[in-house]
Write a protein that binds this ligand. Structure first.
Ligand code: PBG
Length: 323
């Protein structure tokens, strides 16, 4: 039925009817807050390119988690800044490595929190690449062995979920095998499946001190021009045993999120990454945009595209806006 019989504005008349026909509703349960943990105590280093975010020592991460849980943000994604780095990231495979210490401290103090640990080597290698370098490139299979060791250590200290973000081929399957062989068959894996080689990670690399010292990540992360390939990556991770798959970044990749949602029947996460966060903060500081409205519109668009879980540095702010 066409105009004038049909008038779509009828259902936009006031807030009550608009609310009644709202298709997508963002809730705090969808949101995960990334946090950066560093050594020592009482350290709160501001991350200059990500206003309002800090490198926090273990004691202060615990305090931050308490505040998040009080706001209804019950899940955090942990990244570590270690005291020392090495060639292959072995520094992150011990039960007293930096993220592991944070997991233990948080779990001791807070019962209703869900801790996800990022599994990758870039924060832990001297060269800043996500794995072991052989002949100038990251060696796939050598890297997998440190990732499995890291994942096992996270499992031993009580992490709730692990999230491999390295983009090595076959790592989800090997991590699954390692976990199962050690009795951790209930540990879920959220795979960064379609992770693009993106300029939007710039501020994160300041935050995690993980910028590559040479070259770039183009031999392991995906080409931003590709979409069919994302489906192959996601399919491979599902076959290898991923429980949740992820598309990253989110906003320039809403089409990938939608394709994944329509193609696969599996929970989907999207990572609203550091550059997406910092651009909004910078424009808001200049008074050029309405930050609250932009944040809600962006996060809603990620959910509307098909994401169930949204990892975002806006999680705490969004919780205030939603409540
Ligand atoms: C580690 C990792 C990165 C991010 C999450 N895990 C950085 C990278 O691949 O360089 C980026 C997150 C963000 O930009 O917010 N491999």
């Amino acid at each position: 039925m066409a105009f004038p019989v049909t008038r779509l504005r009828r259902l936009r008349k006031n807030q009550i009817i608009r609310d009644m026909v709202t298709e997508t509703r963002l809730s705090v349960e969808n949101l995960v807050m990334p946090l950066f943990v560093c050594p020592s105590t009482k350290v709160k280093n501001p991350i200059l390119s990500m206003p309002g975010n800090y490198q926090l020592s273990v004691d202060l991460i615990v305090e931050e988690c308490k505040k998040l849980v009080d706001k209804g943000i019950k899940s955090v994604l942990l990244f570590g800044i270690p005291e020392e780095k090495d060639e292959d990231g072995t520094v992150a495979t011990h039960d007293d490595s930096i993220v592991q210490r944070a997991v233990k401290a948080i779990k001791k103090e807070i019962s209703d929190i869900y801790i996800i640990a990022d599994v990758c080597n870039c924060e832990y290698t001297v060269h800043g690449h996500c794995g072991t370098i052989v002949d100038g490139d990251v060696h796939n299979d050598k890297t997998i062995s440190t990732l499995v060791a890291q994942a096992l250590s996270f499992a031993r200290v009580g992490t709730d979920m692990i999230a491999p973000s390295d983009m090595m081929d076959g790592r989800v399957g090997e991590i699954r095998k390692g976990l199962d062989a050690n009795g951790f068959y209930n540990m879920p894996i959220m795979a960064y499946s379609a992770k693009y080689a993106s300029a939007f990670y710039g501020p994160f690399r300041d935050a995690a001190e993980s910028a590559p010292k040479f070259g770039n990540r183009n031999t392991y992360q995906m080409n931003p021009a590709n979409s069919d390939e994302a489906l192959r990556e996601i399919e491979a991770d599902i076959e290898e045993g991923a429980d949740i798959v992820m598309v990253k970044p989110a906003l320039s990749y809403l089409d990938i999120i939608r394709r994944c949602r329509e193609t696969f029947n599996i929970p989907l996460a999207a990572y609203n990454v550091s550059g997406e966060f910092s651009m909004v903060k910078a424009a808001a500081e200049k008074g050029w945009i309405d930050e609250k409205r932009i944040v809600m519109e962006m996060l809603t668009s990620i959910k509307r595209a098909g994401a169930d879980i949204i990892i975002t540095y806006f999680a705490a702010d969004a919780a205030d806006y939603i409540n």
